[in-house]
Design a protein around this ligand. Structure first.
Ligand SMILES: NC(=O)c1ccc[n+]([C@@H]2O[C@H](COP(=O)([O-])OP(=O)(O)OC[C@H]3O[C@@H](n4cnc5c(N)ncnc54)[C@H](O)[C@@H]3O)[C@@H](O)[C@H]2O)c1
Length: 448
């Protein structure tokens, strides 16, 4: 059998979720043929892990400036895009034009112009783009989709979704490139793309109009000083600051992966993974709210806070025959000392599944709890299921249409892009004024 030739661009932490399945579980069907990044040190560490963990031979590495040469040398079938968000569109468009398919990490891209470039390139080349929305593949989220589709609460008219990021996970977005609108689109795009996609998919709805507010009230120097916490803002970065008792400290010497991926790679590109979350140059919001109206009339009330003492999601979905509540709480920052790479795995593993539940409240009948078999692995088991669908030649049937393409990737980011525009203008924003997605389509599933 001809193996699918796969190259990865962007070899930071998240790329490991793709090298692992391609180089181990699905290696009989896929060949990892190249890595591409601005940092030779990060690529060398990926090659070392390939050998150490999966006895995989090293693969050729290419500087970001040699991406096109990588495409012509290695002739990949599929490019996995795991680079910084603001670069996704460029690699997707160049891959499609070279005749490759693309699998991209979320968010598909960060603004309307870049989104349009991807849609245009897809249309003219006919190649395939898939967006790795791992949230959809979590067993509880799939169960919510199943319940709504089966009519358990009738026709859905409104959703409330509150997402809390705690002062460990939430703070992490303020340490590095995510803290700049131009690099991540802010949390309305970078993070909320997961949540807006869930609602689009659960309701099978396309967003039409957004009104939003956003503020920076906790991170950044001014906020620390106005709370009397100015001492936290006195050093530019954490490693080597000696601030072990600082709850926001992140020590790049604490784990092998932090040290090898980031600390040792600083000489390549100056990327500092541990910048002080109370420094001056942060221009994204840490608290935001949006009101979204869908083409088919449903409404969403959405909020995200990135400085909470506890982490998780609370969703209420109201239908004309009842209400469904889905809660997912993963614990509190008080349970752990200093953020570490290992902590992420622990949090997104069994602890997440243990804190999830679904309760259905039918009109005029008793409510009931819906059981979902426990799953393990990163992101509540979602990453393993998604990997099977991306890299197995015979993935199991997908009755819930969890595979997302370019239009669904666009529908999700455009809610956040419109929210950013609305915050600036103080006015509601029509998504069709930013990017026109299939105007005749009423339902998300009608988008290709
Ligand atoms: N689905 C999820 O749950 C999830 C989780 C984490 C990250 N992500 C996404 O994965 C992507 C990577 O995130 P990460 O946490 O690994 O970040 P990271 O900062 O660890 O890695 C980003 C990599 O991109 C590289 N890069 C930067 N500019 C580049 C350019 N011009 N060309 C090529 N490479 C470039 C960096 O050198 C770095 O190796 C992001 O898009 C992020 O949104 C998704």
């Amino acid at each position: 059998m001809n193996k699918k030739r796969i190259a990865i661009v962007g070899t930071g932490g998240r790329a490991l979720s793709f090298t692992e399945p391609v180089a181990s579980t699905y290696r009989d069907f896929n060949a990892l043929v190249a890595l591409c990044d601005v940092s030779p040190t990060r690529m060398a560490y990926h090659n070392e892990l390939l050998a150490r963990q999966w006895s995989h031979p090293p693969v050729p590495t290419y500087a970001a400036t040699d991406f096109d040469r990588m495409l012509s040398d290695q002739r990949p079938d599929t490019i996995v895009v795991c680079s910084k968000d603001s670069t996704h569109h460029d690699y997707i468009v160049r891959s499609l034009r070279a005749g490759c398919d693309a699998i991209t990490e979320k968010p598909m891209t960060i603004d309307a112009e870049k989104c349009q470039a991807i849609l245009d390139a897809q249309r003219t080349t006919g190649r395939r783009v898939r967006v790795a929305f791992n949230y959809r593949w979590g067993p509880f989220r799939t169960k919510v989709k199943e319940l709504i589709s089966s009519g358990a609460i009738g026709r859905v008219h409104s959703v409330n979704l509150e997402y809390l990021l705690d002062t460990s996970h939430g703070a992490d977005y303020f340490r590095r490139w995510h803290a700049h609108m131009a690099e991540s689109g802010g949390l309305f795009v970078h993070k909320s793309t997961h949540h807006f996609d869930l609602v689009n998919w659960w309701l099978d709805a396309i967003p039409a109009q957004v009104f939003a507010h956003g503020d920076l009230v906790f991170y950044g120097r001014r906020n620390a000083e106005s709370r009397g916490d100015g001492r936290f803002a006195t050093y530019p970065r954490y490693t080597g600051s000696g601030q072990k008792d600082d709850p926001f400290a992140l020590d790049l010497d604490a784990t092998e992966s932090f040290r090898r991926l980031y600390r040792d790679a600083e000489k390549d590109d100056g990327y500092q993974r541990d910048r002080n979350v109370f420094r001056d140059d942060i221009d994204i919001f840490d608290q935001m709210g949006a009101l979204v109206r869908y083409r088919t009339g449903e409404s969403l009330v959405y909020s995200l806070v990135a400085y909470s003492p506890r982490e998780g999601m609370r969703v209420a979905i109201n239908g004309d025959r009842g209400r469904l509540e889905y809660h997912e709480f993963v614990g509190s920052h008080m349970n752990r000392a200093v953020v570490s790479g290992e902590f992420r795995n622990e949090k997104h593993g069994s602890a997440e599944a243990a804190g999830e539940w679904i309760q259905v409240y039918p009109h005029f009948r008793p409510s009931y709890r819906v059981d979902v078999p426990p799953a393990s692995g990163p992101h509540g088991g979602a990453d393993h299921i998604l990997a099977e669908h991306l890299f197995s030649p015979n993935p199991p049937a997908d009755p819930w249409n969890r595979v997302a393409g370019h239009e669904q990737g666009a529908a999700s980011i455009l809610t956040g892009v419109a929210a950013n525009v609305s915050v600036q203008s103080g006015k509601p924003v029509a998504i069709a004024d930013l990017v026109m997605l299939a105007p005749e389509a009423q339902r998300l599933s009608q988008l290709v």
